[in-house]
Ligand binder design. Structure first.
Ligand code: GLU
Length: 432
């Protein structure tokens, strides 16, 4: 029997990292087994469901590079099916009308199921209250709609978060009452934050959309999520998606909660960034900067690729470019006050920067090596230490105390900008 799994999000909020990992494990299992991955939108709660969140689900899955082989099915369009199954349960004397809705009195018994990850789980249903199947407004409850759909959609394996373990015995009773055969259940561990509590807003970003907006790469995020609770062995961390599909083994998913390690994600992302062809990275940076209005549409490709090549080993996430390397695009430049104070407010700094400006303006060829030669020539002639010219020049040209190698930065910025920034720093910011 071929594997059929489903991801069944409710479109009531932005897709949580934990839900994305559930989707990913389902998808990985399906792909590894040559099975079918089904998307089902659990939108019976019309008040809380919102098309904006449906779009967010689609965008987040697309970001991860996973797509449904079947569906999406919408529970809101399947009311007649739920009603039909309720009628049959009533006719069989297994469910009854109550307070305008329909309930299922739970037969007292032991329910045992073999969870693929947790082993046998036994629950005594004696203390269970009746299960509501249909609410008084006619909409089905989660447990009921879920069982009807999973059975009719012929789902073979239900892979979902540990937080649903308590629902499973109730769902099993409904499978039995309706004469459906049981799927395999695998409850995967929750993702926890640094405080070991379920990952929440307090620890930072929790939705896939936030990571996407920050400029994490889909492949890096995929790699990171797949290794949250599962491991390919051999202490490997960097495992490209295609290889993960080959290696993924659902039975090896760990039972313990998975710790969301932001630093590891950042490291992985930087590894993926390093592997991109420079033109691809330039494209990603251009899209990002243009969307933020920091770069015009008519951008010089060669120029942008020089920036991409320079930053490739320095970016953790794409958004670093706006925060740490905005001096390439920003006009006027924003200066770090501390850096100005420390490196430019020194006696004689104004004349020193003007001298550098003079020397650089005489260069016919504004290439990195020529700039370096001019700077080092001035250092030697004036008996300076290199740092006493390079650090102030860096602040003048980038506004920052730390930047990528200065001569290359200057060359990329171009003569005109470098000259005007040195002039401004010398006459406005520095001490005479
Ligand atoms: N809509 C449910 C949720 O988002 C689905 C749970 C399940 O996979 O059964 O939690």
């Amino acid at each position: 029997m071929s594997v059929r799994v489903r991801f069944a999000p409710s479109p009531t909020g932005t897709l949580h990292v934990g839900s994305a990992r559930t989707a990913l494990f389902n998808w990985l299992f399906a792909k590894h087994e040559g099975g079918t991955f089904i998307l089902r939108i659990e939108d019976t709660d019309q008040k809380r469901s919102n098309p904006v969140y449906l779009q967010d689900i689609n965008e987040s899955l697309a970001f991860l590079g996973i797509s449904a082989d079947e569906g999406p099915y919408f529970q809101s369009q399947r009311q007649a099916i739920y009603k039909d199954h309720v009628d049959r349960l009533i006719a069989a004397g297994k469910a009854r009308l109550q307070d305008g809705g329909v309930v299922f009195p739970v037969p007292p018994q032991q329910v045992t199921f073999a969870d693929l990850l947790h082993g046998d789980i036994t629950v005594d249903t004696t203390l269970f209250e009746s299960l509501v199947l249909l609410k008084s407004d006619g909409t089905p409850t989660y447990n009921f709609a879920c069982v009807v759909d999973d059975a009719l959609m012929k789902i073979t394996h239900i892979i979902r978060g540990d937080d649903h373990i308590a629902n499973t015995p109730k769902q099993i009773l409904l499978y039995q009452a309706m004469g459906f055969s049981l799927p395999v259940f695998a409850h995967i561990p929750l993702i926890v934050g640094a405080d070991r509590a379920r990952l929440s807003k307090r620890q930072g970003a929790t939705s896939v959309a936030e990571y996407r907006a920050a400029g994490y790469l889909g492949e890096a995020f995929f790699n990171y999520l797949a290794l949250l609770g599962w491991s390919p062995g051999g202490n490997r961390e960097f495992v490209p998606p295609a290889e993960i599909v080959q290696l993924f083994d659902l039975t090896k998913v760990k039972k313990a909660a998975a710790f969301f390690d932001q630093r590891k994600l950042d490291w992985l992302n930087s590894q993926y960034l390093k592997q991109l062809p420079v033109p691809t990275l330039a494209d990603l940076l251009a899209q990002r900067l243009q969307a933020k209005g920091l770069l015009s549409q008519a951008v010089d490709r060669a120029w942008l690729e020089r920036i991409a090549a320079l930053l490739q080993d320095r970016l953790k996430v794409l958004e670093d470019i706006e925060e740490e390397h905005n001096f390439f695009f920003q006009e006027p430049l924003v200066y770090q006050e501390k850096a100005v104070e420390k490196f430019l407010r020194q006696d004689g700094m104004g004349p020193r920067l003007l001298e550098l400006k003079e020397r650089l303006s005489r260069l016919a060829d504004f290439e990195t090596a020529a700039i370096e030669q001019a700077v080092r020539g001035m250092v030697a002639e004036q008996h300076l230490e290199a740092k006493d010219l390079i650090h102030p020049a860096r602040v003048a040209v980038t506004g920052r105390a730390v930047s990528p190698p200065l001569f290359e930065v200057m060359s990329i910025l171009g003569k005109e900008k470098v000259i005007s920034r040195l002039d401004y720093a010398a006459t406005v910011l520095a001490k005479g």
